[in-house]
Design a protein around this ligand. Structure first.
Ligand code: CNA
Length: 392
């Protein structure tokens, strides 16, 4: 049995709660989720999903028209007609914007993944060509998931540490998409953001802690991967940045930032979803392939009456279904383009731009991820190993 496994068995699991660990398999077949008939969704589902292709978005072409909605309830009719009394603009973004403007949406849950950070220069997993999975040679790993596999880490922490050096907060800037989500918060519309990202950009752009669930952990704290003893996060960072392995003072296991690996427990905060998703009146899904469980299945836990908006390069998860489920909307294409368009329709663009400019000025960035902030500090620290593996 691996060292990691034996230690995980010792880990205290929350009483009265089924243990939930991160898995790379999507366990739930969204096709089996039955939509129930209900006012808003019935009405909105008469609109067709906007299938704007990435190429056409970039070329500035307008999305394909939706079917003209018929038999709408009076309230939705009013939500879909323009304030000037003209006909409603077509498209997913226009429809959802109208609901927001009319105050019919007040509790938005955002579900996000690596795609919201690609514009910040951080590769995602699965984008062909640029994604981490397409660039494995760099990390010298036998299969893609190895980089977040705790048993593999136990034997060889270096590939994860190479990736960690690129992802550590401080070297990347939040982009327009992050600030759009912050704007949802400032407008009092964000119930919660659930992110799979570990890059800390949501936090950096100013989305407050109580609005954010980092379901796959972050770099803010660190602990031994064997005995889970906490370890000073900054010291772990210094070691990793200097190609050294931070070592636990109790059991000599390798220390890692508290990023959730496959097979590890999700943070307690994640379980907030049981209260949040039933309260949501709009679900926005952004930049994720919805391939990692249990996170992916969260999107199926909003009420069936609740509209779900996917902003992504391609359809994923339940949005692959044809015909689309009632109340499901998508805007396909580059995320920054789509979000910018959404902000324009909402009339928020200059506010977001202003927020972004002001906030950027307050941030300090170290632009060289390989420099390490204090390259001498680890030399004499007994907790740091410069060997090629854990010393236990
Ligand atoms: P993924 O499986 O790589 O999926 C990303 C999705 O976003 C894909 O569907 C892409 O098509 C889409 N996408 C990427 N860039 C854009 C863009 N510019 N515009 C529109 N769509 C885009 O990543 P997931 O987040 O679904 O997978 C979950 C993993 C990835 C989490 O556990 C993370 O820890 C892990 N990860 C995180 C980061 C990060 O923190 N930035 C980076 C890489 C991987």
């Amino acid at each position: 049995m691996s060292k990691a496994k034996s230690s995980r068995e010792r880990r205290v699991v929350q009483p009265s709660m089924t243990r939930v660990t991160r898995s790379s398999v999507n366990l739930q077949d969204p096709q089996h989720i039955k939509p129930s008939a209900s006012g808003l969704v019935n009405d909105l589902s008469l609109m067709r999903v906007s299938e704007q292709q990435a190429s056409s978005t970039r070329k500035g072409k307008s999305p394909k028209d939706c079917n003209t909605p018929k038999n709408l309830s009076p309230s939705t009719k009013s939500a879909l007609s323009s304030p000037s009394g003209g006909s409603a603009p077509n498209g997913a973004l226009a429809t959802i914007s109208r609901l927001i403007k009319l105050g019919r949406v007040r509790n938005i849950v955002v579900v996000a993944g690596a795609g919201i950070s690609t514009a910040s220069g951080i590769p995602d997993f699965r984008t062909p060509g640029t994604g981490l999975y397409a660039n494995l040679v760099k990390y010298d790993i036998p299969y893609p998931e190895a980089i977040f596999n705790i048993d593999y880490f136990s034997d060889n922490p270096h590939p994860f540490f190479s990736l960690a050096k690129e992802l550590y907060p401080g070297y990347h800037r939040p982009n327009y998409v992050h600030y759009f989500i912050r704007m949802l918060h400032q407008k009092g519309l964000l119930l919660r953001m659930y992110t799979q990202n570990i890059d800390g950009l949501e936090n950096l752009c100013g989305i407050p802690d109580d609005k954010l669930v980092e379901a796959h952990g972050n770099f803010a704290t660190a602990a031994c991967h064997l005995c889970y003893s906490p370890y000073p996060a900054e010291e772990a960072k210094q070691a990793i940045m200097n190609d050294k392995i931070p070592i636990c003072t109790f059991c000599a296991g390798a220390v890692k930032p508290n990023v959730v690996f496959f097979g590890e427990d999700l943070p307690v905060k994640y379980f907030q979803h049981a209260e949040d998703f039933p309260k949501a009146d709009l679900l926005m899904i952004m930049g994720t392939s919805l391939k990692i469980e249990p996170f992916a299945s969260l999107v199926n836990t909003v009420k069936s009456t609740v509209p779900r908006l996917l902003l992504n390069r391609d359809p994923v998860g339940p949005f692959e279904r044809r015909p689309p489920k009632r109340g499901d909307y998508m805007e396909l294409g580059d995320l920054v383009d789509s979000v910018r368009k959404f902000a324009d329709i909402l009339g928020w663009h200059s506010e977001i731009q202003h927020l972004m400019n002001c906030h950027e000025n307050t941030l300090f960035y170290n632009t060289d991820p390989n420099s390490g902030e204090n390259s001498d500090s680890s030399e004499t620290d007994s907790r740091i190993s410069d060997s090629s593996g854990p010393s236990n």
